[in-house]
Design a protein around this ligand. Structure first.
Ligand code: ZN
Length: 445
């Protein structure tokens, strides 16, 4: 087992007359869905299934029920940076966003680079996590890029795979050796792609906006050249790599070319790279819009969207990166990189891409859980006998991001203040109710 969470009562829930959309199961119709003892027990025509005694009734009329989302890329900041986020707050944020599983990055303090640290984290997740959490361990000790971690031991302690996220694996020989070990121990190798010699001291995308603002830029080639190099190394070693938070058109091309050559390569894109662009920084030089990789151009954004359509981009991942308020309340150049994203992922993509007809709803729903398969996790599905991993969403409801605060401990959301459409009403994760929206829970009572 490679996902960990605290024990919770298996749910008995009847979701009545929701529009059930599960593209992988070929479901796109109104149904009653009965969850018994934490598993999907029955699907029936609307208003035909009876709620067993003691079961909770969720009104799905006019709402949509999706397979729960899975995020292969979040920062939960444990151990060591609990002032930004912790396992409880981070997984509450996940549940509030419709996520039924998340995968946490190892760039913590200490780094998750040895089995004792990972084992302690697993135990903590078993006590605190509201939704199942998987953990990636680091590729190199202390993320220093020099010495490989004990990958076999870390796999044995529960690591889903490896990443130095936050930093690239800069030395090609280190990546090569990690791929050689991967052949023995398995697990995904997730890569933050960046050439530090090209990124330099950049704080935003290098282009006309950075020139106008007089800020140091991070060029797209910092990412795309690193991807091209690593795809070549993965091909040579016949290894499997997953590219994190793709941001640039050239990167989409690099991944597409590698896939066409048969390289075992997958990649993710984040809601914030699919929606705003660097032009947003002209309106407000807001540190919540500062992340790595940075917001880029409209052409880059369009390339990512096209990548989702044609399959070059395999999944959507939030790169949820919480920071304390005072850490972000500094001049733009000094602020840490990152935006939170778990609570806004679906609504942001739905509002910006589905409502205007840019992407079909079914594709977005599929891409929001597709990360599971890339990390060797089961895909949530709405099928009799499957564990209940579901989210109930009102696609009509509008809400202002941050108006009622966040479940996350952090407030650095790049969509703060925006009115978005699509509100998560309830999330059932690993068979238990992990989230009920406040007003919805009251109406159900
Ligand atoms: Zn990263």
């Amino acid at each position: 087992m490679s996902l960990f969470h605290r024990a919770a009562t298996p749910a008995d829930v009847l979701i009545r007359a929701a529009h059930v959309l599960d593209p992988r199961e070929g479901l796109d119709t109104r149904l009653d869905v009965l969850v018994r003892d934490g598993a999907v027990a029955e699907l029936g025509a609307p208003h035909t299934l009876e709620a067993p005694a003691g079961a909770e009734l969720l009104d799905g009329e006019g709402r949509h029920l999706f397979p729960g989302f899975v995020d292969p890329h979040v920062h939960l900041r444990v151990p060591g940076q609990e002032h930004k986020e912790d396992l409880d707050s981070g997984t509450r944020a996940a549940a509030a966003g419709g996520f039924v599983a998340v995968v946490a990055m190892p760039n913590t303090d200490p780094t998750v680079d040895c089995a004792p640290v990972l084992r302690a984290l697993v135990e903590q997740a078993r006590r605190e996590a509201r939704v199942p959490v998987g953990f990636l361990a680091s590729v190199t000790r202390k993320l220093a890029g020099e010495a490989l971690t004990e990958m076999a031991e870390l796999r044995g302690a529960g690591a889903l795979g490896f990443t130095d996220d936050g930093k690239p694996v800069h030395r090609a020989a280190i990546l090569r050796r990690a791929l050689q070990y991967q052949r023995l121990v398995g697990g995904v190798l997730a890569l933050h792609e960046e050439d530090p010699s090209l990124s330099g001291v950049g704080v935003m995308h290098e282009g006309e906006v950075s020139a106008r603002l007089g800020l140091a830029g991070i060029p797209s080639i910092s990412e795309s050249t690193a991807i091209a190099r690593d795809a070549a190394i993965a091909a040579y070693e016949q290894g499997r790599i997953h590219i994190q938070h793709l941001s640039a058109l050239e990167s989409v091309q690099a991944v597409a070319e590698a896939k066409a050559r048969g390289v075992q390569i997958t990649c993710e894109a984040s809601p914030h790279h699919l929606t705003p662009t660097h032009a947003a920084l002209l309106d407000r030089l807001d540190t919540r819009l500062k992340m790595n990789p940075p917001l880029r151009t409209e052409a880059d954004r369009q390339a990512l969207i096209q990548g989702l359509r044609d399959g070059t981009v395999d999944c959507i991942a939030t790169d949820h990166a919480p920071h304390a308020r005072e850490e972000k309340e500094v001049p733009f150049e000094q602020a840490p990189m990152g935006t939170t994203g778990l609570e806004t992922a679906f609504a942001a993509v739905f509002t910006e891409l589905v409502v205007p007809g840019v992407l079909p709803l079914a594709l977005v729903v599929e891409k929001l859980s597709a990360g599971a398969a890339l990390l060797d996790l089961p895909l949530p599905r709405i099928a009799v006998g499957a564990p209940a991993d579901l989210c109930l969403i009102d696609l009509e409801a509008e809400w202002e991001v941050g108006e009622h605060g966040y479940e996350s401990r952090a407030e650095n959301c790049c969509f703060a203040g925006r009115t978005l459409r699509g509100k998560v009403l309830a999330t059932v994760a690993a068979g238990s109710v992990a989230y009920r929206e406040r007003a919805f829970a009251l109406s159900a009572a």
